[in-house]
Design a protein around this ligand. Structure first.
Ligand code: SF4
Ligand code: ZN
Length: 302
């Protein structure tokens, strides 16, 4: 039986992709080191930057917030009430409890109260799938809160499993623009804040173990709107591959970042879009009115 790679004590987890096992203390330290290393390697942010952490009440974003606080970063959280029934209520409740217990600042934006619509409502009234209306709304609110709150960077809890699944989907369709945007850090540009994903070296299993070991109470249920979501299918495919050859997810994603991503990002930089300000909300946009305000105009209860 494997023992902790660092102290040779009893293991609490084995990571086949790293051919290593860890005790509780050294697993927590391993997670912190992986995040610190990612932030440094991709120049995500500095100790003096103000960091807005997008939290959903799920394991990844709460663990990320805790790790950033412990690494000494200046953070505030942001949770969005998406109006997806009990799932959203529970997600806001858990994020609020997490912040209160640690005396951290959490911003809360409720889509229905602030903008007059919910994600299920928007999906029902448009041809958009729920995740598309949801992604658009979340991005808009992250950007807006970062801009008005004076934050230097917005961070999200996307982990290696998420990023490998998104990459798989983008490669399957050879979506060049999305491939160009798949880097773990996107510089501030055209009025949009910097975005970073410091968890890309850690997988779903590690984040769940982190939360259990650290007593972080998180929402376990999947969002009910995720049913049929292609990314869940891609995750299953990649998990099957990972069982056969541990480390393949990591090789797939980091191999792309090192060897292929620069080809796509160069292309994106070459055709940067002219940016105006949305005539309704003032957000940067390539059109006269931003996509969020167009969605809101169609679906909000006036
Ligand atoms: Fe939004 Fe889709 Fe995620 Fe649910 S699964 S929170 S609808 S993006
Ligand atoms: Zn707008």
């Amino acid at each position: 039986m494997k023992r902790c790679r660092v102290c040779n004590g009893p293991k609490v987890i084995e990571l086949r992709q790293h051919n290593a096992a860890f005790c509780q203390e050294h697993f927590i330290r391993f997670c912190h080191d992986q995040v610190a290393r990612t932030i440094k390697k991709f120049s995500m942010f500095e100790a003096t930057d103000r960091v807005l952490v997008a939290v959903s009440g799920g394991k990844d974003s709460l663990a990320l917030w805790e790790i950033l606080v412990e690494l000494g970063y200046d953070t505030e959280g942001l949770v969005i009430g998406l109006g997806i029934g009990e799932y959203s209520d529970e997600s806001t409740r858990l994020a609020t409890a997490f912040a209160d217990e640690r005396s951290l600042n959490l911003r809360t934006v409720n889509l229905a109260e602030t903008h007059g619509f919910t994600i299920p409502g928007a999906a029902a009234q448009t041809t958009r799938v729920p995740c598309s209306a949801c992604g658009l709304s979340k991005r808009h609110i992250f950007d807006e809160q970062a801009r008005t709150g004076g934050f230097d960077v917005v961070v999200t809890g996307h982990n290696l499993d998420d990023e490998a699944a998104v990459l798989f989907g983008n490669v399957a369709r050879w979506n060049r623009e999305y491939l160009a945007r798949q880097m773990p850090v996107l510089a501030a540009a055209n009025g949009f804040p910097r975005k970073a994903k410091p968890l890309v070296r850690l997988g779903e299993r590690e984040m769940a173990a982190y939360c259990v070991l650290r007593d972080i109470d998180y929402i376990v249920e999947e969002c009910p709107m995720a049913a049929g979501n292609k990314h869940l299918q891609y995750k299953e495919l990649l998990n099957a591959m990972e069982v056969q050859s541990p480390g393949s997810k990591q090789q797939f994603y980091f191999g792309f970042l090192e060897r292929a991503a620069p080809l796509f990002t160069a292309e994106l930089e070459a055709d940067g879009q002219p940016i105006h300000h949305c005539g309704v909300c003032g957000s940067p946009t390539s059109g006269a009115v931003c996509a969020f305000c167009r969605l809101k105009d169609r679906v909000a209860i006036q």
